[in-house]
Design a protein around this ligand. Structure first.
Ligand SMILES: Cc1cc2nc3c(=O)[nH]c(=O)nc-3n(C[C@H](O)[C@H](O)[C@H](O)COP(=O)(O)OP(=O)(O)OC[C@H]3O[C@@H](n4cnc5c(N)ncnc54)[C@H](O)[C@@H]3O)c2cc1C
Length: 361
């Protein structure tokens, strides 16, 4: 079996010891079919998992021949052949397909810090809800890669340790609080669960520059989505002209952009400029005991269509900064997800009721 580029797929199959039926999904990929890009994007991605990424000269797929838990690495590794254009298409076809699919979604979460990630994680439990997670940084995770003052350990006050339990993140129990040995362990675990979910798409290196605001039949304003741009473009508006943004429509926006900073609290700052919330006092001086409870209790839909969670809540309410303790971020994200689910389910129920009424009339 020879593909469009003259690659002997049969020989590769033999080398990596994959049976013909397991290979079936792979041959439907653009490698051999030459399908147009659009079809390529629709090819089942799971198929990519069946073929080990590389074969060794000793004819064993990676992972075979392990001893004592260590991979027995051969002297030479021979990677399966690929064309440069295949690499390019593998990325771009999927990305543009995602942009197309997520131009309209149920929920946009702005900011992938601990609050936004916890919200996204909760929404993975509802696979029928389509979620775009937008993060201006290349690396998602916000301020949760480290503890305070750039130390490693992450302190989580009870009862937020239940979230860690659910994610199977180990910690030391200190009574009223628990300590994860490195904040990066908590964040990477949370991130990996979110990224594996089929209903969530992370668009990183993408900044939310503005909100879409509309008026309903009664003249009340509501948020209907976000305005985005590549972060590198957003940072260069003053040096170039005509760098128009993109848009994502959503039934609900969750703003979890953190406390004020170069891009932080961008959701509430925009709402303030639009006159949709009163002047933001900014976060108050630190008091861990009151800060965490207040952030969770004030997590809410602040303007129809936009829910605030995480440290952004303290910006609009003048609530105390909490410092390097992260429990409230997780629980606030969970609460935001609950508000979102109730709202979306309420909309569905309302639409059904209206339809039934119209049918009966
Ligand atoms: C160095 C450091 C300083 C800290 N300072 C404080 C403090 O002063 N007070 C305090 O209470 N806690 C502080 N913390 C603790 C903790 O980091 C934060 O409170 C916690 O991370 C906030 O979580 P969050 O999810 O609300 O926001 P963050 O962790 O800040 O996450 C917000 C995310 O949103 C993204 N984002 C922001 N704007 C946009 C946009 N327009 N478009 C797309 N993405 C966007 C950011 O890049 C970020 O990833 C600090 C931690 C560290 C490591």
């Amino acid at each position: 079996m020879v593909d469009a580029f003259g690659t002997d797929l049969g020989a590769i199959l033999t080398r990596v010891s994959i049976s013909a039926d397991r290979m079936a999904p792979l041959v439907s990929l653009p490698i051999s079919t030459g399908l147009p890009v659009r079809h390529a994007a629709a090819a089942p991605r799971r198929a990519l998992c069946v073929a080990p990424r590389m074969a060794f000269r000793d004819d064993k797929p990676m992972g075979e021949g392990k001893s004592n838990g260590y991979a027995k690495l051969p002297k030479d590794v021979e990677f399966s052949p690929i064309r440069e254009s295949q690499v390019s298409r593998a990325m771009t076809s999927r990305y543009f397909s995602d942009l197309d699919e997520f131009a309209e979604c149920d929920v946009v979460i702005t900011g992938a810090g601990p609050a936004g990630l916890a919200c996204a994680y909760e929404l993975t439990k509802r696979p029928d809800i389509k979620v775009a997670l937008i993060e201006q940084n290349v690396a998602p995770g916000g301020g949760a890669w480290l503890g305070g003052q750039l130390f490693s350990a992450m302190v989580v006050r009870k009862p937020a340790h239940q979230f860690l339990d659910e994610l199977e993140i180990p910690y030391e129990d200190e009574g009223n609080y628990v300590v994860v040995k490195h904040a990066a362990l908590a964040t990477s675990t949370l991130l990996s669960k979110v990224l594996q979910a089929p209903n969530v798409k992370l668009f990183n290196a993408t900044a939310v520059e503005d909100l879409i605001v509309k008026e309903d039949d009664t003249g009340s304003k509501y948020v209907a989505g976000v305005v985005t741009n590549w972060t590198l473009v957003a940072l260069n508006h003053s040096t170039q002209s005509c760098m128009d943004p993109n848009v994502v429509e959503a039934k609900v926006v969750v703003s979890s952009t953190g406390h004020d900073g170069p891009m932080g609290a961008s959701g509430v700052k925009r709402l303030e400029r639009l006159g949709l919330v009163p002047a933001c006092p900014g976060m108050y001086a630190l008091d861990m005991n009151s800060a965490e409870d207040r952030i969770v209790s004030n997590t809410r839909e602040i303007v129809p269509g936009i829910v605030l969670c995480g440290m952004e809540v303290s910006e609009v309410d003048g609530a105390p900064r909490m410092g390097p303790t992260f429990g409230a971020m997780f629980v606030s994200g969970q609460k935001a997800a609950q508000i979102v689910v109730d709202k979306l389910d309420g909309q569905v129920a309302g639409a059904k009721k209206a339809q039934e009424k119209a049918m009966a009339a």
